[in-house]
Design a protein around this ligand. Structure first.
Ligand SMILES: NC(=O)c1ccc[n+]([C@@H]2O[C@H](COP(=O)([O-])OP(=O)(O)OC[C@H]3O[C@@H](n4cnc5c(N)ncnc54)[C@H](O)[C@@H]3O)[C@@H](O)[C@H]2O)c1
Length: 437
């Protein structure tokens, strides 16, 4: 056992700033409003419903996570955000069409009070969108300064003690790291010179991190996962998490694949296709935005199966991912997976999965948990990449010298062991020899 880490108590209000008030954000906000009034349950949220075993199994100590670590209370959260559309959070939630109108009606007043601040937006990075609520600025540095001013004004107006920012905006076009992202100095120079290498999402991330505010990226864009942002986060002690929330098909993939691998069943092919009809689906219909998503979705299987260690089982795996925009389904995504398996002596088998899920219903608890855990990390003095939050992400941020961990069960163990470590409790190895000695 080690001594517990000093964690500042979660006094006062926590401002949760969401970039993009679309389906995910409005479902998160409306959900939290409904939950704190006792109208619904926070299903899917580890911070609200999860438990954690402490000590030996015979000790029967299994508190709720929220009673074990000092998390901000839902009642202490104040939401705010930015969007390129002017509609308030209630109208945006109606547009998103995820939650029932009757449920939204119950929290209508709270939602109407949340009006999006003007966005940093450039259509170059999200081709299928355009909207009127956009900031003007000569340089990207001006825009970053405007976001910093928004953040400070929000904190002041709502009397927040602390803030967290989560990018829940649309998926931007595929971008690769360039020299502009190498250091804080090169990044700031690029901001000043309106370098194309800086998409809108990076302007927000830069503004938040330079204020020492924890930042999570719920989308797959290249946003905070570049050396310049890590350098800045180290300077300002800002914790970071991302990228791209692990919700529908990838969640199922990272549940099934570790099981197949555990039993050394080979996989020759994994074909995944989706139909999705929300605005996210429309944005992803643009090949450049889809490429960002595709890269993020495809990496999980490689890391879970480790073909370099098991070439006979996984070397030639054909992994195909498709997303088709199909408006009639709205936010209710349907995913199909066909998995071509190989068993004993090379005999083929097939597994088919048909998941009729609700994208934002799966995403909202991740946004909430990311915000609460990042705030905890900040109060615990943990800055930079929070790998223990990879549990929530499709393309988890990780240190350059290690590969990302994608196996959901290892990720959960890492998350819970981090909480035990923070509180000076014994880490759980599942060895358990003492029960039989
Ligand atoms: N729902 C899921 O299961 C899931 C899972 C993983 C990742 N994501 C990602 O989360 C993001 C949000 O998803 P969604 O379903 O809410 O999409 P959405 O289209 O409903 O909402 C995105 C919102 O962001 C706004 N926006 C775009 N660029 C902006 C900018 N520069 N500044 C401010 N606002 C901006 C858009 O106007 C829109 O209202 C997407 O990138 C999506 O790929 C979603």
């Amino acid at each position: 056992m080690t001594a517990p880490i000093q964690i500042a108590p979660p006094r006062g209000k926590l401002g949760v700033l969401l970039v993009g008030l679309g389906a995910v954000s409005t479902t998160t906000i409306a959900g939290v409003c409904a939950i704190r009034r006792g109208l619904a349950l926070p299903i899917g949220s580890l911070t609200q419903m999860g438990t954690i075993r402490l000590g030996k199994r015979t000790e029967a100590r299994t508190p709720r996570i929220k009673d074990f670590v000092p998390l901000a209370e839902l009642n202490d959260i104040v939401f705010g955000g930015w969007d390129i559309f002017e509609e308030d959070c209630y109208a945006a939630a109606r547009t998103a069409g995820v939650l029932e109108p009757s449920q939204l009606e119950q929290v209508r007043g709270e939602l109407e009070a949340i009006r999006p601040m003007p966005a940093v937006f450039d259509q170059r990075y999200v081709k299928r969108l355009d909207g009127p609520n956009v900031k003007k600025g000569k340089t990207k540095r001006d825009l970053a300064e405007q976001v910093v001013a928004d953040i400070r004004a929000f904190k002041e107006k709502h009397g927040c003690d602390r803030l967290v920012m989560v990018w829940c905006g649309s998926t931007e076009v595929y971008m690769k790291q360039t020299a502009a992202h190498a250091t804080v100095a090169s990044f700031e120079n690029a901001l000043e010179h309106n370098d194309e290498a800086i998409p809108s999402s990076m302007v927000y991330a830069y503004a938040a991190i330079s204020e020492g505010i924890p930042f999570a990226n719920a989308a797959p864009n290249l946003t905070a996962d570049v050396p310049a942002m890590l350098e800045l986060a180290a300077r300002t002690a800002a914790p970071l998490a991302g990228n791209d929330m692990k919700t529908g098909q990838t969640l199922i993939k990272t549940i099934i694949a570790p099981g197949l691998k555990a039993r050394l069943l080979g996989v020759k092919g994994w074909y995944s296709t989706n139909i999705l009809g929300n605005r996210d689906g429309e944005v992803l219909d643009d090949p450049e935005s889809f490429k960002t998503k595709e890269e993020s979705k495809k990496s999980a299987l490689d890391y879970i199966f480790q073909p370099q260690l098991y070439p006979e089982l996984y070397k030639d795996l054909c992994h195909v991912v498709r997303i088709n925009y199909y408006p009639p389904r709205g936010d209710n995504k349907e995913g199909w997976d066909n998995i071509d398996l190989v068993g004993w002596l090379g005999y083929p088998m097939q597994l088919k999965i048909n998941f009729l899920c609700r994208d934002s219903i799966l995403a909202a608890p991740i946004v909430l948990d990311s915000a609460l855990f990042l705030d905890l990390a900040k109060r615990a003095g943990m800055s930079g990449i929070q790998e223990w939050l990879s549990f929530y992400y499709k393309a988890p941020m990780h240190a350059p010298e290690v590969y990302p961990e994608h196996d959901l069960f290892i990720q959960l163990m890492k998350l819970k062991n981090t909480l035990r470590f923070m509180q000076g409790e014994q880490l759980i190895t599942h060895l358990g020899r003492e029960y039989y000695d």
